[in-house]
Design a protein around this ligand. Structure first.
Ligand SMILES: *Cc1c(COP(=O)(O)O)cnc(C)c1O
Length: 216
């Protein structure tokens, strides 16, 4: 399954985040041995334990809602945080990155789904955050793009529309705030059920769990 998904993603240079939440280290190691290096987790405790138990060269991505008081546990090693949804969280990531003498790459999570259970910023929220004085003082974070989750529905047109909206948010933020920064380049969208649509709509990074590892 891994090789098949990678072959599909290669057509558009889209990267794969293997979402290993709830899966044991043995299964992750198996996928590592097939060449996969980017893994995503949504719980801090699990992320810490797996990072300590698995090879050093894995790129660990935090993909789920992140509580401010937990940033300190992952700040030494996390390579990308997909789920930044407030300036408060971003300021804490900056503080912890500074302590670790590093820069932490982050994505702004944009709310694109119709369901109200999903976290995320509106485009206006994101613009306000990026325009704020407090944001301009943060020196140890780097915003490298956006992330979004589509509504969990069979309606492909709705999902496609939501991904298109995320791509449009990315384009507007790129033009307005990052036009001189090549590093602002990532659109994290697409999961097991909708990654092909996401890929067609411009995803640079899909987050796939159950399709790779089996149902949770
Ligand atoms: C669990 C999860 C995924 C992967 O979901 P699957 O449907 O298993 O592919 C992707 N993104 C986030 C934020 C998740 O929590």
């Amino acid at each position: 399954m891994l090789q098949q998904i990678l072959a599909e993603l290669a057509e558009t240079n889209t990267r794969l985040v293997a979402v290993s939440k709830t899966k044991p280290v043995e299964q992750i190691l198996e996928m590592y041995q097939q060449g996969q290096r980017i893994f995503g987790e949504n719980r801090v405790q699990e992320l810490i334990e797996k990072q300590a138990a698995l090879p050093e060269d894995i790129e660990w991505h935090a993909i789920g809602h992140l509580q401010t008081n937990k940033v300190k546990y992952i700040s030494a090693f996390v390579s990308l945080i997909h789920s930044v949804d407030s300036l408060k969280l971003l300021a804490e990531i900056d503080k912890q990155a500074l302590k670790n003498e590093r820069t932490i790459d982050c994505l702004l999570q944009i709310k694109i789904a119709a369901e109200d259970s999903k976290f995320g910023l509106s485009l206006e929220d994101a613009k306000a955050l990026l325009s704020s004085e407090r944001f301009s003082d943060l020196s140890n974070i780097r915003i490298v793009g956006v992330m979004g989750m589509a509504t969990f529905t069979e309606d492909e047109d709705q999902v496609r529309g939501e991904f298109r909206h995320l791509k449009s948010c990315f384009d507007q933020l790129k033009t307005g705030y990052f036009s001189d920064q090549a590093s602002f380049a990532e659109i994290s969208m697409g999961m097991s059920g909708d990654y092909r649509i996401a890929q067609e709509e411009g995803s640079t990074m899909v987050r796939i769990g159950s399709l790779l590892f089996g149902a949770r």
